[in-house]
Write a protein that binds this ligand. Structure first.
Ligand code: SF4
Length: 755
């Protein structure tokens, strides 16, 4: 945005208020945060500067290289990225710290990260007080021997998206298959796997159909169960620019997220000064009521003659069945399931009709439910009904929280997909095996939750993890801890210490690895808009940390030396050339070499002009029946929410947007009053698997619903298979709970933050 544009076109009707920079309001103080981050990185200011100005952000998947993206002029930077900077500038801690794990177990994840970087390979056998430093040769020898001895079906490999590049995912996916291991999975599982399932079945491709530019050009943006103000902060800048052009915004979410009501975009003078009203309509859907809501909306679009019949006839199939399905559903019952009134529904439909299509954005509020794939299909139904795919200013956008989620699945680090996102079956495995030169397992492997389940049953001999922390991410942490402790060999490679590394085991090995910036030859990530973005190597050696793509190759060839040629790339660029061959979707990745280089697979729009990549070439409507839910008398539904955090890494004990502490139990003020509860009262939530000691935070929420922060709230969430979305295996991160006042006795302290 030019200086002239910064000071022109101001629209006081969008202002949040007259107080300069919202002084006195509950809101983030971006400028103070920047000063704090500068201080925290004072040990290596030059390196921090290089990471910010040359690297592709290792935060969320909006995507930026250096300080500039491909959507807006001007600076693209947020405090999430700044807070992550410390991980990239920290020095290695003294390995003697690990000689006794007992005191380390008293620390939170954040306190463990604050120790600094994991710099040396470490090993701990059962019965030993702590870890001892070992050579790389010993550490990799232990891992290779374990992999050699264990049947592949008793071995699992999991990677999280902690800055992991496409190149590392690809080599990990190839190494796993070379060793016969089908059970490789990544953070894409517990994030957007239901989106993958729902989108592939309906539009033929599991990715955002539009580009971020379409958000700025959209007449309407609908935010379903997502809070970019927290999780993708620069998205708020896009929304601000869109609203300057007249874009309307509807928020479909149980909670009125304050950051979606008004936000101060720090790099836009008008918004920084007066704030911006970021939404026009809040639709307070009940948790799990999305399918009912979308069906009610579809009924009304049909009744009002607002369906794009020409598009539907020319480019879709299944509309008659979907129409018949919603025609048979009682509108009042749908509204009751959705928890909204008729006038709110009509206002939502008015917005859609006026706009003639929207960019539909969603994330964990849609995907973390038992019927989440149906939630995605329901949103697709609305988009198809309005011809809202494949043209400017509209689209389907499962917005990603990690910079590596999209790429992880597309590189084949996924239990249910091979590189290119192709299904795991005998035919595709054979074709890939032909290319790679060794047999590839033709069956899907264990997903992340299933790995832990198998571990708990004693069916895993080796669990090899790159980053991640199952103790934080998966439901029912006590059960996860018990399961991890049963695996004879666990190998954790990471840049920092995490709580799961401290779980006892027969043999636990820690491997120090390089960050994406330190990685030999640089690497790429894939953003929400399918843009493959290059991040150059910014050289730095921390302890004995190694580049992960080299590491996976090394382990594969230690176990199968005869495959050395398949895992020997002279450079990272040579590896990218192979990726381009094996994954044609990624053609162009081999040309990326400098900051700002990128290639967007599929172009600005997928399904452009209604040409869907489905077998029939048509987008597919789904006839959906919303799930019925009965809440026992006196019970509440609790959902898990995010505060100021990057995925499970808590960055602040108080959410600057809501003012809520990590132990907050968000409850509607009327529900609280009915129970005689006031703000700050200590309460206990109990589900069928655990209890959460928290503190009342009065909010506006649908009646008999609560929210607690994730991952702390995972103690309430069941991990059993019947509580997962059946196709994607994603846990339902909601629970039915009772709520009671508790005495603030020492035995009932607020649930402590893991992050
Ligand atoms: S919005 Fe996302 S991609 Fe952009 S700087 Fe922040 S964390 Fe990085």
């Amino acid at each position: 945005m030019s200086l002239r544009e910064q000071f022109s076109g101001w629209n006081p009707r969008l202002w949040a208020g007259w107080r300069p920079n919202g002084v006195g309001e509950q809101k983030p103080n971006h400028y103070r945060d920047m000063v704090r981050v500068a201080w925290a990185n004072r040990g290596h200011p030059r390196y921090a500067y290089d990471v910010l100005t040359k690297g592709a952000c290792d935060g969320c998947a909006l995507g930026v290289a250096g300080l500039h993206d491909w959507t807006i002029d001007g600076v693209h930077l947020c405090t999430t990225r700044l807070n992550l900077l410390e991980l990239n500038t920290a020095d290695a801690f003294d390995p003697v710290l690990l000689s006794d794990v007992a005191p380390l177990r008293q620390r939170t994840g954040g306190q463990l990260r604050a120790l600094g970087r994991l710099g040396h390979p470490m090993r701990r056998r059962r019965g030993e007080r702590g870890f001892r430093r070992v050579s790389w040769d010993e550490a990799l020898g232990v891992l290779a021997a374990g992999l050699r001895d264990a049947p592949p079906e008793r071995t699992a490999l999991y990677l999280t998206s902690r800055g992991i590049t496409n190149e590392t995912y690809y080599v990990a996916a190839k190494a796993a298959r070379a060793l016969g291991i089908a059970s490789i999975d990544s953070a894409a599982r517990v994030c957007h796997a239901p989106s993958t399932v729902g989108l592939r079945q309906t539009i033929g491709v599991a990715a955002t159909t539009c580009s971020l530019q379409d958000v700025i050009e959209a007449p309407l943006v609908v935010l379903w169960g997502t809070n970019p103000a927290n999780n993708q902060p620069v998205f708020m800048k896009y929304l601000y620019l869109a609203r300057r052009k007249g874009c309307r915004v509807v928020v479909v979410n149980p909670f009125v997220e304050p950051g979606l009501e008004r936000y101060w975009v720090p790099s836009n003078v008008e918004s920084a000064l007066f704030g911006t009203r970021m939404s026009d309509l809040h639709v307070p859907v009940r948790p799990g009521g999305d399918v009912a809501l979308a069906n009610a909306v579809l009924q009304r679009l049909i009744a009002r003659g607002a369906v794009d019949r020409a598009f539907v006839d020319a480019h879709t199939e299944g509309f008659a069945e979907a129409e018949a399905a919603v025609a048979g559903q009682d509108p009042d019952h749908l509204l009751a399931l959705a928890g909204i009134d008729r006038s709110t529904l009509e206002s939502f439909v008015d917005e859609l009709v006026r706009a003639g299509g929207a960019v539909h954005v969603w994330s964990m509020g849609i995907t973390h439910h038992r019927d989440s794939a149906d939630g995605v299909r329901a949103i697709v139904n609305l988009a198809l009904a309005q011809g809202g795919v494949g043209r400017d200013g509209v689209g389907l956008m499962p917005i990603r929280g990690h910079s590596g989620v999209q790429g992880g699945a597309e590189m084949g680090a996924y239990a249910t997909a091979l590189p290119g996102g192709v299904p795991v079956d005998a035919e595709h495995a054979a074709a890939l095996g032909e290319q790679w030169g060794f047999p590839v397992p033709g069956r899907p492997g264990l997903t992340a939750p299933e790995m832990v389940e198998a571990a708990g049953r004693g069916e895993l001999d080796v669990l090899w993890m790159s980053g991640g922390n199952f103790l934080d991410v998966l439901p029912d942490p006590p059960a996860v801890e018990a399961a991890l402790g049963r695996v004879p060999l666990r190998v954790h490679q990471d840049v920092v210490l995490t709580t799961q590394m401290l779980v006892d085991g027969d043999d636990v090995v820690l491997l120090p690895v390089a960050t994406r910036y330190e990685q030999e030859g640089g690497g790429t990530e894939t953003t929400t808009e399918r843009r493959i973005v290059f991040s150059p190597e910014i050289p730095r050696q921390v302890g004995e940390a190694r580049s992960e793509w080299r590491l996976f190759a090394d382990v594969a060839t230690r176990v199968r030396p005869e495959l050395r040629a398949s895992f020997s790339w002279p450079t990272n660029a040579a590896l990218r050339a192979e990726v381009a061959e094996v994954v044609p979707l990624y053609a162009g990745i081999e040309t990326l070499a400098a900051t700002g280089d990128s290639v967007q697979w599929g172009g600005r729009h997928l399904a452009a002009d209604g040409a869907f990549p489905t077998p029939s070439g048509r987008g597919r409507f789904t006839a959906l029946v919303p799930a019925e839910r009965r809440l026992p008398d006196g019970a509440f539904v609790v959902s898990t929410r995010r505060g100021k955090q990057f995925n499970s890494m808590v960055q602040s004990q108080v959410d600057p947007l809501t003012g809520a502490g990590r132990d907050a139990v968000l409850i509607d003020a009327d529900d609280a009053a009915a129970l005689g509860l006031s703000a700050g009262d200590p309460v206990m939530l109990r589900s069928d698997v655990g209890a959460f000691a928290g503190t009342v935070a009065l909010s506006r929420l649908p009646t008999r619903t609560l929210q607690v922060h994730w991952p702390e709230g995972n103690v309430l969430i069941a991990g059993s298979p019947d509580r997962r979305e059946p196709a994607s295996k994603v846990p339902d991160y909601n629970a039915v709970v009772t709520l009671e006042r508790r005495d603030p006795t020492p035995g009932q302290r607020p649930s402590s933050p893991p992050g």
